[in-house]
Ligand binder design. Structure first.
Ligand code: BGC
Ligand code: CA
Length: 235
């Protein structure tokens, strides 16, 4: 008679499991093999590419903007230089110190050249505002004095018996302003001793009352001669 064999514990082996794996762990999640790339490539790569493209576009836009802004400024400057030059003859001298495509520095006929500017003395006397308007209509402004040399150059061609408006005035509270926005304190001043002396005299003349040329604050409404100044024209 066959004897009955009782098994208290039965173990089943999964063929794919490594030896020694407990059959109870069959319910545990399967361990996946490690992929070669540690991060998911798709979305990150797309994001990086988009960012790079955006950066490239932004840089191109900035470069184009700077390029066209410079061109625009140059055109504006040339346009200003030509303002008031209709039907005017130019007097030019060859200038070797100029930028690549410019060879001549010019002033309108009858204007006096000095350094990088041209100067003109209108015949008629006028108050300060009218004098500035007259200069403006010729593409110029009342003279801004930048140095002793410039002041000496211009006073040599002025009449000691006349007074001449320059482009310096005070809109109030002794705040001296140059017509071209040059900072007042940035350059030299040539006041006569004791001047400026009257806050009701809000415009400046250059005159020669005694032994030398210098500046005096003077009423804006009085008619005086004047000195116009403009930048040289380079062609
Ligand atoms: C002028 C003043 C000046 C003064 C100098 C006056 O005739 O109007 O601007 O300061 O002379 O003595
Ligand atoms: Ca004065």
């Amino acid at each position: 008679m066959a004897s009955e064999i009782m098994y208290a514990e039965v173990k089943f082996k999964n063929e794919s499991n490594s030896p020694g794996t407990d059959s109870n762990s069959a319910a545990a999640p399967e361990v996946k093999p490690t992929p070669h790339l540690s991060k998911p490539a798709g979305p990150t790569l797309l994001f990086t590419s988009l960012m790079a493209l955006f950066l490239l576009l932004a840089i191109s836009f900035l470069v184009a903007f700077i390029f066209y802004f410079q061109k625009y400024s140059q055109l504006l400057e040339e346009n200003n230089a030509l303002r008031g030059l209709n039907y005017t003859e130019l007097s030019c001298t060859k200038d070797h110190s100029l930028k690549k495509d410019k060879f001549w520095s010019c002033c309108p006929k009858d204007w006096k050249p000095f350094s990088s500017h041209c100067y003109f003395i209108p015949t008629a006397s006028a108050n300060w505002s009218e004098s500035e308007e007259k200069c403006f209509s010729m593409g110029a402004h009342l003279m801004v004095v930048h140095s002793k040399e410039e002041q000496d150059f211009i006073t040599k061609i002025l009449n000691v018996h006349d007074a001449y408006f320059i482009g310096l005035s005070d809109p109030g509270h002794r705040q001296w302003r140059w017509v071209d926005q040059t900072p007042y304190n940035g350059i030299a001043t040539f006041w006569h001793p004791g001047e400026p002396n009257n806050d009701k005299e809000q415009c400046v003349i250059v005159n020669h009352p005694r032994s030398s040329w210098g500046w005096n604050d003077s009423p804006c409404s009085v008619k005086q001669k004047s000195v116009c100044q403009r930048k040289k024209i380079y062609v």
